[in-house]
Ligand binder design. Structure first.
Ligand code: HEM
Ligand SMILES: *[C@@H]1O[C@H](CO)[C@@H](O)[C@H](O)[C@H]1NC(C)=O
Ligand SMILES: *[C@@H]1O[C@H](CO)[C@@H](O)[C@H](O)[C@H]1NC(C)=O
Ligand SMILES: *[C@@H]1O[C@H](CO)[C@@H](O)[C@H](O)[C@H]1NC(C)=O
Length: 327
Protein backbone atom coordinates (compact mmCIF):
# COMPACT_ATOMS: atom_id res chain seq x y z
CA UNK A 1 0.00 0.00 0.00
CA UNK A 2 2.70 2.38 1.08
CA UNK A 3 4.62 1.50 -2.04
CA UNK A 4 1.76 2.33 -4.39
CA UNK A 5 1.19 5.67 -2.69
CA UNK A 6 4.86 6.47 -3.20
CA UNK A 7 4.59 5.38 -6.81
CA UNK A 8 1.50 7.51 -7.25
CA UNK A 9 3.33 10.58 -6.00
CA UNK A 10 6.34 9.80 -8.12
CA UNK A 11 4.20 9.57 -11.26
CA UNK A 12 2.29 12.69 -10.27
CA UNK A 13 5.55 14.52 -9.79
CA UNK A 14 7.00 13.45 -13.13
CA UNK A 15 3.81 14.36 -14.98
CA UNK A 16 3.59 17.73 -13.23
CA UNK A 17 7.21 18.55 -13.90
CA UNK A 18 7.10 17.53 -17.54
CA UNK A 19 3.89 19.51 -18.04
CA UNK A 20 5.60 22.51 -16.54
CA UNK A 21 8.72 22.07 -18.65
CA UNK A 22 6.59 21.53 -21.76
CA UNK A 23 4.75 24.76 -21.12
CA UNK A 24 7.89 26.83 -21.16
CA UNK A 25 8.35 25.85 -24.81
CA UNK A 26 12.09 26.20 -24.67
CA UNK A 27 14.31 25.17 -27.51
CA UNK A 28 17.38 23.11 -26.74
CA UNK A 29 19.35 26.32 -27.22
CA UNK A 30 17.59 27.98 -24.35
CA UNK A 31 19.50 27.98 -21.11
CA UNK A 32 17.13 27.36 -18.25
CA UNK A 33 19.75 28.37 -15.72
CA UNK A 34 19.13 32.02 -16.54
CA UNK A 35 17.07 33.87 -13.97
CA UNK A 36 15.48 37.26 -13.46
CA UNK A 37 16.89 37.26 -9.93
CA UNK A 38 20.39 36.08 -10.73
CA UNK A 39 22.11 39.20 -9.35
CA UNK A 40 19.55 39.91 -6.59
CA UNK A 41 22.09 39.31 -3.84
CA UNK A 42 25.45 39.59 -5.59
CA UNK A 43 24.81 42.85 -7.45
CA UNK A 44 21.40 44.33 -6.69
CA UNK A 45 22.20 47.64 -8.40
CA UNK A 46 23.29 46.11 -11.70
CA UNK A 47 20.25 47.11 -13.74
CA UNK A 48 20.32 50.63 -12.40
CA UNK A 49 23.99 51.05 -13.26
CA UNK A 50 23.50 49.75 -16.79
CA UNK A 51 20.41 51.87 -17.36
CA UNK A 52 22.04 55.09 -16.14
CA UNK A 53 25.12 54.55 -18.28
CA UNK A 54 23.16 53.68 -21.42
CA UNK A 55 20.97 56.72 -20.91
CA UNK A 56 24.00 58.96 -20.50
CA UNK A 57 25.55 57.71 -23.74
CA UNK A 58 22.33 57.78 -25.76
CA UNK A 59 21.51 61.30 -24.55
CA UNK A 60 24.88 62.37 -25.88
CA UNK A 61 24.67 60.41 -29.14
CA UNK A 62 21.36 58.98 -30.21
CA UNK A 63 22.97 56.60 -32.73
CA UNK A 64 24.39 54.58 -29.83
CA UNK A 65 20.92 53.06 -29.23
CA UNK A 66 20.68 51.13 -32.52
CA UNK A 67 24.38 50.28 -32.30
CA UNK A 68 23.86 48.51 -28.95
CA UNK A 69 20.85 46.57 -30.22
CA UNK A 70 22.81 45.35 -33.22
CA UNK A 71 25.83 44.46 -31.09
CA UNK A 72 23.65 42.15 -29.00
CA UNK A 73 22.31 40.46 -32.14
CA UNK A 74 25.82 39.87 -33.48
CA UNK A 75 26.93 38.53 -30.12
CA UNK A 76 24.08 36.03 -29.83
CA UNK A 77 24.23 35.00 -33.50
CA UNK A 78 27.74 33.59 -33.04
CA UNK A 79 28.40 31.01 -30.27
CA UNK A 80 25.32 32.19 -28.40
CA UNK A 81 25.17 35.26 -26.17
CA UNK A 82 28.62 34.95 -24.66
CA UNK A 83 30.24 38.33 -25.42
CA UNK A 84 32.46 36.61 -28.00
CA UNK A 85 31.87 39.66 -30.21
CA UNK A 86 33.70 41.84 -27.68
CA UNK A 87 36.96 39.93 -27.58
CA UNK A 88 39.63 42.11 -29.04
CA UNK A 89 42.48 39.99 -30.26
CA UNK A 90 43.89 39.16 -33.65
CA UNK A 91 41.36 37.22 -35.76
CA UNK A 92 38.51 37.57 -33.24
CA UNK A 93 34.94 38.16 -34.53
CA UNK A 94 35.28 41.86 -33.94
CA UNK A 95 38.15 42.09 -36.43
CA UNK A 96 36.35 40.27 -39.22
CA UNK A 97 35.63 42.62 -42.14
CA UNK A 98 31.90 41.89 -41.74
CA UNK A 99 32.02 43.38 -38.22
CA UNK A 100 33.48 46.68 -39.42
CA UNK A 101 30.36 48.77 -38.80
CA UNK A 102 29.60 47.31 -35.35
CA UNK A 103 29.75 50.02 -32.69
CA UNK A 104 29.12 50.56 -29.00
CA UNK A 105 32.14 48.70 -27.61
CA UNK A 106 33.25 51.71 -25.57
CA UNK A 107 29.79 51.91 -23.96
CA UNK A 108 30.05 48.31 -22.76
CA UNK A 109 33.60 49.00 -21.46
CA UNK A 110 32.33 52.04 -19.57
CA UNK A 111 29.46 50.08 -17.98
CA UNK A 112 31.76 47.18 -17.10
CA UNK A 113 34.27 49.48 -15.40
CA UNK A 114 31.51 50.95 -13.23
CA UNK A 115 30.13 47.53 -12.34
CA UNK A 116 33.58 46.17 -11.45
CA UNK A 117 33.86 48.93 -8.85
CA UNK A 118 30.59 47.94 -7.15
CA UNK A 119 30.48 44.18 -7.74
CA UNK A 120 33.89 42.90 -8.83
CA UNK A 121 34.11 39.70 -10.90
CA UNK A 122 30.36 39.14 -10.65
CA UNK A 123 28.50 40.35 -13.74
CA UNK A 124 29.28 38.87 -17.16
CA UNK A 125 29.89 41.03 -20.20
CA UNK A 126 27.26 38.99 -22.05
CA UNK A 127 24.65 40.00 -19.46
CA UNK A 128 25.71 43.64 -19.77
CA UNK A 129 25.30 43.60 -23.57
CA UNK A 130 21.89 41.95 -23.20
CA UNK A 131 20.56 44.47 -20.67
CA UNK A 132 22.08 47.40 -22.55
CA UNK A 133 20.23 46.40 -25.72
CA UNK A 134 16.96 46.27 -23.79
CA UNK A 135 17.58 49.71 -22.28
CA UNK A 136 18.56 51.10 -25.69
CA UNK A 137 15.30 49.78 -27.14
CA UNK A 138 13.25 51.50 -24.44
CA UNK A 139 15.16 54.77 -24.87
CA UNK A 140 14.41 54.67 -28.61
CA UNK A 141 10.69 54.38 -27.84
CA UNK A 142 10.44 50.60 -28.01
CA UNK A 143 9.05 48.04 -25.56
CA UNK A 144 10.42 47.03 -22.16
CA UNK A 145 10.98 43.41 -21.20
CA UNK A 146 12.52 41.66 -18.23
CA UNK A 147 15.98 40.29 -18.88
CA UNK A 148 16.95 36.93 -17.41
CA UNK A 149 20.60 36.91 -16.25
CA UNK A 150 23.37 34.42 -15.65
CA UNK A 151 25.15 34.19 -19.01
CA UNK A 152 28.82 33.36 -18.99
CA UNK A 153 31.49 34.98 -21.13
CA UNK A 154 33.08 32.69 -23.69
CA UNK A 155 36.79 32.25 -24.19
CA UNK A 156 36.64 31.68 -27.95
CA UNK A 157 36.07 34.18 -30.75
CA UNK A 158 36.89 33.42 -34.38
CA UNK A 159 36.69 36.01 -37.17
CA UNK A 160 35.56 33.51 -39.75
CA UNK A 161 32.47 32.61 -37.71
CA UNK A 162 31.26 36.22 -37.85
CA UNK A 163 30.79 35.76 -41.59
CA UNK A 164 27.92 33.36 -40.89
CA UNK A 165 25.72 36.24 -39.68
CA UNK A 166 23.34 37.34 -42.48
CA UNK A 167 24.54 40.50 -44.21
CA UNK A 168 21.54 41.47 -46.33
CA UNK A 169 21.90 39.61 -49.64
CA UNK A 170 20.42 36.28 -48.42
CA UNK A 171 17.08 34.80 -49.50
CA UNK A 172 14.23 33.99 -47.09
CA UNK A 173 15.16 30.30 -46.98
CA UNK A 174 18.69 31.20 -45.89
CA UNK A 175 17.32 33.51 -43.19
CA UNK A 176 14.80 30.98 -41.90
CA UNK A 177 17.47 28.29 -41.73
CA UNK A 178 19.89 30.59 -39.96
CA UNK A 179 17.26 31.51 -37.37
CA UNK A 180 16.25 27.87 -36.98
CA UNK A 181 19.84 26.91 -36.30
CA UNK A 182 19.63 29.26 -33.29
CA UNK A 183 16.29 27.97 -32.06
CA UNK A 184 14.38 30.96 -33.45
CA UNK A 185 11.34 30.70 -35.74
CA UNK A 186 9.87 32.67 -38.61
CA UNK A 187 7.88 34.94 -36.28
CA UNK A 188 11.12 35.84 -34.54
CA UNK A 189 12.69 36.52 -37.94
CA UNK A 190 10.03 39.03 -38.97
CA UNK A 191 9.65 40.67 -35.56
CA UNK A 192 13.39 41.05 -34.96
CA UNK A 193 13.91 42.48 -38.45
CA UNK A 194 11.74 45.29 -37.07
CA UNK A 195 14.88 46.45 -35.23
CA UNK A 196 15.67 48.08 -38.57
CA UNK A 197 13.05 50.68 -37.65
CA UNK A 198 15.99 52.64 -36.22
CA UNK A 199 19.66 52.96 -37.06
CA UNK A 200 21.61 53.15 -40.22
CA UNK A 201 23.56 51.15 -42.75
CA UNK A 202 26.70 51.86 -44.68
CA UNK A 203 25.88 52.29 -48.36
CA UNK A 204 28.28 49.47 -49.12
CA UNK A 205 25.65 47.01 -47.87
CA UNK A 206 23.11 47.97 -50.56
CA UNK A 207 24.85 49.70 -53.46
CA UNK A 208 24.69 46.48 -55.44
CA UNK A 209 20.90 46.93 -55.57
CA UNK A 210 21.00 50.36 -57.21
CA UNK A 211 22.44 49.97 -60.72
CA UNK A 212 23.36 46.51 -61.88
CA UNK A 213 21.41 44.10 -59.72
CA UNK A 214 22.53 40.49 -60.20
CA UNK A 215 24.08 41.32 -63.56
CA UNK A 216 20.79 42.55 -65.08
CA UNK A 217 22.17 46.02 -65.86
CA UNK A 218 19.12 47.33 -63.97
CA UNK A 219 18.37 48.19 -60.35
CA UNK A 220 16.64 45.74 -58.02
CA UNK A 221 13.05 45.83 -59.36
CA UNK A 222 11.59 45.64 -55.87
CA UNK A 223 12.74 49.19 -55.01
CA UNK A 224 10.16 51.98 -55.17
CA UNK A 225 11.31 54.38 -57.99
CA UNK A 226 11.31 57.51 -55.83
CA UNK A 227 13.19 55.70 -53.11
CA UNK A 228 15.64 54.46 -55.74
CA UNK A 229 16.38 58.03 -56.79
CA UNK A 230 16.86 59.03 -53.19
CA UNK A 231 19.24 56.12 -52.57
CA UNK A 232 21.26 56.79 -55.71
CA UNK A 233 21.84 60.36 -54.59
CA UNK A 234 22.53 59.40 -51.00
CA UNK A 235 24.78 56.43 -51.70
CA UNK A 236 27.51 57.64 -54.03
CA UNK A 237 30.17 56.23 -51.73
CA UNK A 238 30.18 52.88 -49.96
CA UNK A 239 31.27 54.56 -46.75
CA UNK A 240 28.26 56.92 -46.60
CA UNK A 241 25.44 56.17 -44.15
CA UNK A 242 21.75 55.86 -44.92
CA UNK A 243 18.84 55.37 -42.49
CA UNK A 244 17.35 51.89 -42.37
CA UNK A 245 13.89 53.44 -41.88
CA UNK A 246 13.58 56.33 -44.35
CA UNK A 247 10.34 57.62 -42.80
CA UNK A 248 10.84 57.70 -39.00
CA UNK A 249 14.53 56.82 -38.56
CA UNK A 250 14.76 57.65 -34.86
CA UNK A 251 11.55 56.10 -33.55
CA UNK A 252 11.08 52.49 -32.58
CA UNK A 253 7.72 52.10 -34.32
CA UNK A 254 6.04 49.79 -36.85
CA UNK A 255 6.85 52.17 -39.70
CA UNK A 256 9.66 49.89 -40.89
CA UNK A 257 7.05 47.29 -41.90
CA UNK A 258 4.96 49.92 -43.71
CA UNK A 259 8.05 51.06 -45.58
CA UNK A 260 8.63 47.52 -46.75
CA UNK A 261 5.00 47.33 -47.93
CA UNK A 262 5.76 50.48 -49.97
CA UNK A 263 8.89 48.90 -51.52
CA UNK A 264 11.10 51.01 -49.31
CA UNK A 265 13.02 48.29 -47.52
CA UNK A 266 16.64 49.42 -47.46
CA UNK A 267 18.22 45.99 -47.44
CA UNK A 268 17.30 43.21 -49.83
CA UNK A 269 16.57 41.05 -46.77
CA UNK A 270 14.09 43.65 -45.51
CA UNK A 271 12.23 43.87 -48.82
CA UNK A 272 11.90 40.14 -49.51
CA UNK A 273 9.98 39.64 -46.25
CA UNK A 274 7.09 41.24 -48.14
CA UNK A 275 7.31 39.17 -51.32
CA UNK A 276 7.67 35.76 -49.69
CA UNK A 277 4.44 33.98 -48.76
CA UNK A 278 6.00 32.57 -45.59
CA UNK A 279 6.74 35.99 -44.13
CA UNK A 280 4.32 38.46 -45.77
CA UNK A 281 1.27 37.62 -43.59
CA UNK A 282 3.37 38.19 -40.48
CA UNK A 283 4.82 41.40 -41.87
CA UNK A 284 1.35 42.72 -42.72
CA UNK A 285 0.08 41.91 -39.24
CA UNK A 286 2.97 43.75 -37.58
CA UNK A 287 2.66 46.71 -39.98
CA UNK A 288 -0.95 47.32 -39.02
CA UNK A 289 -0.65 46.81 -35.25
CA UNK A 290 2.21 48.60 -33.57
CA UNK A 291 1.17 47.17 -30.18
CA UNK A 292 1.55 43.68 -31.59
CA UNK A 293 4.98 44.58 -32.99
CA UNK A 294 6.19 45.86 -29.63
CA UNK A 295 4.81 42.82 -27.82
CA UNK A 296 6.33 40.32 -30.26
CA UNK A 297 9.63 42.17 -30.50
CA UNK A 298 10.02 41.95 -26.71
CA UNK A 299 9.20 38.23 -26.70
CA UNK A 300 11.59 37.51 -29.56
CA UNK A 301 14.36 39.56 -27.95
CA UNK A 302 14.10 37.40 -24.83
CA UNK A 303 14.55 34.32 -27.04
CA UNK A 304 17.46 35.93 -28.88
CA UNK A 305 19.09 36.82 -25.57
CA UNK A 306 18.71 33.27 -24.25
CA UNK A 307 20.63 31.58 -27.05
CA UNK A 308 23.40 29.53 -25.53
CA UNK A 309 25.81 27.46 -27.53
CA UNK A 310 26.23 24.05 -25.99
CA UNK A 311 28.51 23.01 -28.81
CA UNK A 312 31.40 25.12 -27.66
CA UNK A 313 33.18 23.06 -25.03
CA UNK A 314 33.65 26.10 -22.88
CA UNK A 315 32.06 26.60 -19.49
CA UNK A 316 32.75 30.27 -19.71
CA UNK A 317 33.81 32.78 -17.11
CA UNK A 318 33.05 36.24 -15.77
CA UNK A 319 35.50 38.40 -17.67
CA UNK A 320 37.13 41.23 -15.74
CA UNK A 321 37.76 43.24 -18.91
CA UNK A 322 35.24 42.63 -21.68
CA UNK A 323 37.95 42.87 -24.34
CA UNK A 324 40.07 39.98 -23.09
CA UNK A 325 39.67 36.55 -21.58
CA UNK A 326 40.85 36.34 -17.98
CA UNK A 327 44.50 35.53 -17.50
C1 HEM B 1 17.49 39.08 -40.78
C2 HEM B 1 18.76 39.16 -40.53
C3 HEM B 1 19.48 40.48 -40.52
C4 HEM B 1 20.21 41.02 -41.51
C5 HEM B 1 20.45 40.43 -42.88
C6 HEM B 1 20.70 42.29 -41.03
C7 HEM B 1 21.53 43.12 -41.75
C8 HEM B 1 21.96 44.36 -41.34
C9 HEM B 1 22.83 45.21 -42.09
C10 HEM B 1 23.45 44.87 -43.44
C11 HEM B 1 22.98 46.36 -41.39
C12 HEM B 1 23.82 47.56 -41.80
C13 HEM B 1 25.30 47.24 -41.68
C14 HEM B 1 26.15 48.32 -42.26
O1 HEM B 1 26.45 49.31 -41.55
O2 HEM B 1 26.49 48.23 -43.44
C15 HEM B 1 22.20 46.24 -40.19
C16 HEM B 1 22.07 47.21 -39.22
C17 HEM B 1 21.34 47.05 -38.07
N1 HEM B 1 20.75 45.87 -37.64
FE1 HEM B 1 20.44 44.23 -38.72
N2 HEM B 1 20.25 42.48 -39.77
C18 HEM B 1 19.50 41.41 -39.40
C19 HEM B 1 18.91 41.20 -38.18
C20 HEM B 1 18.95 42.09 -37.14
C21 HEM B 1 18.46 41.82 -35.82
C22 HEM B 1 17.88 40.50 -35.36
C23 HEM B 1 18.66 42.94 -35.09
C24 HEM B 1 18.35 43.20 -33.65
C25 HEM B 1 17.40 42.62 -32.98
C26 HEM B 1 19.24 43.92 -35.98
C27 HEM B 1 19.53 45.22 -35.62
C28 HEM B 1 20.17 46.13 -36.43
C29 HEM B 1 20.34 47.52 -36.09
C30 HEM B 1 19.77 48.22 -34.87
C31 HEM B 1 21.09 48.10 -37.11
C32 HEM B 1 21.58 49.55 -37.18
C33 HEM B 1 22.93 49.65 -36.51
C34 HEM B 1 23.46 51.06 -36.38
O3 HEM B 1 22.73 52.02 -36.62
O4 HEM B 1 24.64 51.18 -36.01
N3 HEM B 1 19.42 43.36 -37.20
N4 HEM B 1 21.59 44.99 -40.18
C1 LIG C 1 14.60 39.81 -6.33
O1 LIG C 1 14.38 41.20 -6.29
C2 LIG C 1 13.14 41.59 -6.85
C3 LIG C 1 13.11 43.10 -6.90
O2 LIG C 1 13.57 43.65 -5.74
C4 LIG C 1 12.02 41.00 -6.04
O3 LIG C 1 10.78 41.38 -6.61
C5 LIG C 1 12.15 39.51 -6.03
O4 LIG C 1 11.16 38.94 -5.20
C6 LIG C 1 13.53 39.07 -5.56
N1 LIG C 1 13.63 37.64 -5.78
C7 LIG C 1 14.33 36.81 -5.04
C8 LIG C 1 14.32 35.39 -5.44
O5 LIG C 1 14.97 37.18 -4.07
C1 LIG D 1 36.25 39.67 -46.11
O1 LIG D 1 37.62 39.58 -46.43
C2 LIG D 1 37.99 38.39 -47.08
C3 LIG D 1 39.50 38.38 -47.26
O2 LIG D 1 39.98 39.64 -47.59
C4 LIG D 1 37.26 38.27 -48.41
O3 LIG D 1 37.58 37.06 -49.05
C5 LIG D 1 35.76 38.33 -48.15
O4 LIG D 1 35.06 38.32 -49.37
C6 LIG D 1 35.41 39.59 -47.36
N1 LIG D 1 34.00 39.54 -47.04
C7 LIG D 1 33.23 40.62 -47.11
C8 LIG D 1 31.81 40.43 -46.77
O5 LIG D 1 33.64 41.71 -47.43
C1 LIG E 1 18.88 30.75 -51.46
O1 LIG E 1 20.26 31.08 -51.53
C2 LIG E 1 21.14 29.96 -51.41
C3 LIG E 1 22.55 30.48 -51.40
O2 LIG E 1 22.73 31.43 -50.43
C4 LIG E 1 20.90 28.98 -52.54
O3 LIG E 1 21.72 27.83 -52.37
C5 LIG E 1 19.44 28.58 -52.56
O4 LIG E 1 19.18 27.78 -53.71
C6 LIG E 1 18.52 29.79 -52.57
N1 LIG E 1 17.15 29.34 -52.39
C7 LIG E 1 16.14 29.83 -53.08
C8 LIG E 1 14.78 29.28 -52.76
O5 LIG E 1 16.29 30.70 -53.92
Amino acid sequence: MKFSIKLFFLIFFVVAVSAFVGKTDNSPFDDESLSLFYYNRSCPEVEKIIHNKVKKWVDKDYTIAPALIRLHFHDCAVRGCDASVLLNHKESERWSNVSKSLRGFEVIDDIKAEIEKKCPKTVSCADIVTAASRDATVLAGGPYWQVPYGRKDGRVSIAKEAELVPMGHENVTDLVEFYQSKGLNIIDLVALSGAHTIGRSTCGSLQYRLYNYMGTGKPDPTINPKYLNFLRRKCRWASEYVDLDATTPKTFDAQYFKNVQNKMGLLHTDQILYSDSRTSPLLNALASQSGLFHHQFAASMVKLGNIQDYLSADDGEIRVNCNYVNA
